[in-house]
Design a protein around this ligand. Structure first.
Ligand SMILES: *Cc1c(COP(=O)(O)O)cnc(C)c1O
Length: 341
């Protein structure tokens, strides 16, 4: 597909092939120099480590067309660092962090025609990933890996305005204590598929996963972290747990809350049965920025945030406006947040 055929306003969240992708191969204990290539297909052995034992990790970030026409990415150094942490946890070689950032910028540059226009609400989604490629039949880490980055243009998460989500407290667990919940691994998503399909069938947008050990504290959804706002609207509270994936969006929103809105921030264990202490709830991640949650169903009990579950919370919307303003070059960014492509 040529970028000229893309209907920017009609974009959803699906894969559209763009011109170039970055590839680097790891063999004999070293990464090769890497290259941009055109072929979107991968050929591998039937016994590849990724196919048999799911040795694969990924990242997700976006390129934005800013107000002055520049193409920028948001804190790719943090994705580089997180991917390193994910790799080491799955006994994979880390891709050097400086090379990761360079490769992201290079891939976006090569696909610049696919970065949606400013004001469209659409962005170029960037997907770095890495997987074990050589044959592995005895259970052990692969010895050869491919690191790739592809891009695909995506539409805004909310079309036609932000609408609060309805969640359910899931009967399934996402991440075990001391497990892999804190890394971005495909395996965490494979096991969430049945839970999300079930939730959708029951009419919910997302699952709230409780901590797997006691099932009493809030952890996160399948792909986004939680932020809560106290009733006096002076404080942001976010769950503390070793099995939550450390969201870059959440970390950025915490800085925005403190430095731009003068709010207090606390990270602590949040019991599910105390959720009615909060006036707002939001889900944070690259895809949605921050999505307001209107309602959470907990086995016959309903927790409603704010006076009207159809209306997004005021603090959530302020946080959202400031962070997207920073990403689009409308509001001055803290040092080091914006990388010009
Ligand atoms: C990617 C991801 C997030 C969001 O992280 P961002 O860096 O903000 O995009 C949250 N939870 C899970 C499980 C994730 O995989």
């Amino acid at each position: 597909m040529s970028n000229k055929d893309i209907d920017w306003d009609g974009l959803g969240f699906g894969y559209i092939k763009t011109d170039k992708r970055y590839v680097s191969y790891y063999k004999d204990d070293a990464w090769d120099e890497g290259a941009l290539i055109s072929d979107e297909n991968i050929v591998m052995n039937e016994c590849a480590g990724v196919l048999q034992y799911a040795q694969t990790i990924f990242e997700g970030l976006k390129a934005y067309r800013s107000k002055n026409g520049d193409i920028v990415t948001f804190r790719p150094d943090l994705n580089a660092k997180r991917m390193r942490d994910s790799a080491l946890r799955l006994e994979m070689p880390a891709f050097p962090e400086d090379r990761f950032v360079e490769a992201v910028l290079k891939t976006v540059r090569a696909n610049a025609d696919y970065v949606p226009p400013y004001g469209s609400g659409a962005t170029l989604y960037i997907r770095p990933f890495m997987y074990g490629k050589n044959p592995v039949i005895g259970v052990k880490p692969a010895s050869e890996y491919e690191f790739r980055i592809f891009t695909t243009p995506v539409g805004p998460y909310f079309k036609g305005g932000v609408k609060p989500l309805t969640l359910k407290v899931s009967d399934f667990d996402r991440a075990a204590p001391h497990g892999t919940g804190n890394i971005k691994a495909g395996l965490n998503y494979a096991m969430s598929l049945h839970a999300i399909v079930t939730a959708h069938e029951e009419g919910y947008d997302e699952n709230l996963y409780p901590d797997a050990a006691t099932r009493t504290y809030v952890e996160e959804t399948g792909g986004a972290n939680f932020i809560f706002v106290t009733k006096d609207k002076k404080k942001i509270v976010t769950p503390r747990s070793d099995s939550i994936l450390p969201s870059i969006t959440k970390r950025s929103l915490i800085t925005v809350a403190k430095d731009y809105l003068g709010l207090e921030v606390e990270e602590c264990k949040i019991p599910i049965d105390r959720l009615s202490d909060y006036s707002e709830c939001g889900l944070c991640g690259t895809a949605a920025v921050i999505s307001p949650v209107g309602k959470i169903a907990d086995h016959g009990k309903e927790i409603i945030f704010g006076d009207d579950p159809e209306k997004p919370g005021e603090i959530c919307m302020k946080l959202r406006e400031i962070l997207t303003g920073i990403q689009l070059g409308e509001i001055e960014a803290p040092d080091g947040w914006i990388y010009k492509v």
